[in-house]
Design a binder for this molecule. Structure first.
Ligand SMILES: [Zn+2]
Length: 339
């Protein structure tokens, strides 16, 4: 059987508060973004992203989720005792140079690991789970956020402002948008665990399509309801977005029934313009995929219906990208309340 773990010689880093990994495929959750981080030496460097890796100690059975920066240019991956304490709640994470490290996890389980010495540098052989296996991905839930308990002030402000970015918060403080905000905001020294869990995504294993499609070939559809009736008595909106150009079309409607006539008309118009629509992508569990009439119409028009997985409307990216920011904020707030 192939092992699901990869042993990485990680350099023990006494100062930094987060792990650093040179291998992107080891991230269970990942968010690609250039960000600066503080090194053990006190200097700053740029990471290419931030995420969560799942690790275990050699020979151990317990898996610990840990935040890690993605630093492809670093000479080696680094290991941070501080991160184990701050993010996971380790009671002891202490290393004796050129000898061994001693860990006590939140449940009181003790582990001692001998360090491997190479060129007078300490390394620890840490086993990282390779999250390519679909079964592994589905069977694990990262619970990191509920474990970090002692937060600095900046973290509390960040949480209160619905996990906004440092730049946004600094602007809000400078302009005193809320009366009790400090005039100056000190950026988070360690990344917010809740943000990583909620805003990161799985590392894509393969591309969606090989060749860019002709405009009009793949259409992303969405049908949403409003909570309020608009002035013109509309209760819902039907949106069509071309996957290749991101060109949007929107149709407010007065009925909550799937907009069969509008869609039939739309297809005939773009066919008249010489476009060749083939793929129609909708949310699984959405109003459209559940409608018998709509599915019949798709086959009657000679189109192929593609659905995203349930509750994963982000795969229907083109038509839902605007919802993402709001959803991230809400999810972050729910998660930090332990829900
Ligand atoms: Zn956050």
């Amino acid at each position: 059987m192939m092992s699901s773990y990869k042993v990485i010689k990680t350099h023990f880093d006494g100062g930094a508060n987060v792990f650093a990994l040179t291998d992107k495929s080891l991230f269970y959750i990942f968010k690609e973004k250039n960000m600066s981080y503080t090194q053990a030496s006190g200097g700053t460097d740029t990471a290419k992203g931030l995420g969560i890796a799942l690790l275990r100690f050699p020979g151990g059975t317990k898996i610990y989720p840990c935040p890690a920066y993605y630093v492809p240019d670093n000479p080696s991956s680094t290991f941070s005792p501080g991160a184990l304490k701050y993010f996971i709640g380790f009671k002891v994470a202490q290393c004796d140079a050129l000898s061994h490290c001693n860990f006590t996890d939140p449940q009181g389980h003790n582990t001692v690991i001998r360090t491997v010495v190479d060129n007078l540098l300490d390394y620890l052989p840490i086993e990282f789970l390779i999250p390519t296996d679909q079964k592994i991905q589905q069977s694990l839930t990262v619970v990191l956020a509920s474990l970090a308990t002692k937060y600095p002030n900046s973290q509390l402000i960040h949480q209160r402002l619905a996990h906004a970015s440092d730049e946004k918060i600094r602007e809000m403080c400078a302009k005193q948008h809320l009366t009790d905000l400090p005039k100056q905001y000190k950026c988070l020294r360690t990344p917010c665990p809740i943000c990583i869990v909620c805003k990161g995504t799985r590392v894509p294993r393969n591309r969606y399509c090989e060749v860019p499609l002709e405009p009009g070939t793949c259409l992303h559809l969405d049908f949403t309801f409003f909570n309020k009736v608009s002035i013109r008595k509309c209760t819902s909106a039907f949106s069509i977005t071309d996957a290749t150009t991101s060109y949007p079309f929107a149709f407010p409607t007065r009925s909550k029934r799937p907009p069969i006539t509008i869609f039939r008309w739309f297809i005939s118009v773009i066919r008249g313009m010489g476009k060749k629509p083939v793929f129609i992508r909708v949310d699984e569990g959405g109003e459209l995929a559940r409608s018998r009439d709509f599915c019949f119409l798709i086959s009657e028009l000679g189109l192929v219906l593609q659905t995203t997985g349930g509750y994963a409307s982000s795969l229907n990216g083109k038509s839902e990208v605007t919802h993402r920011l709001v959803k991230n904020m809400v999810r972050s707030m729910l998660q930090s309340r332990g829900q």
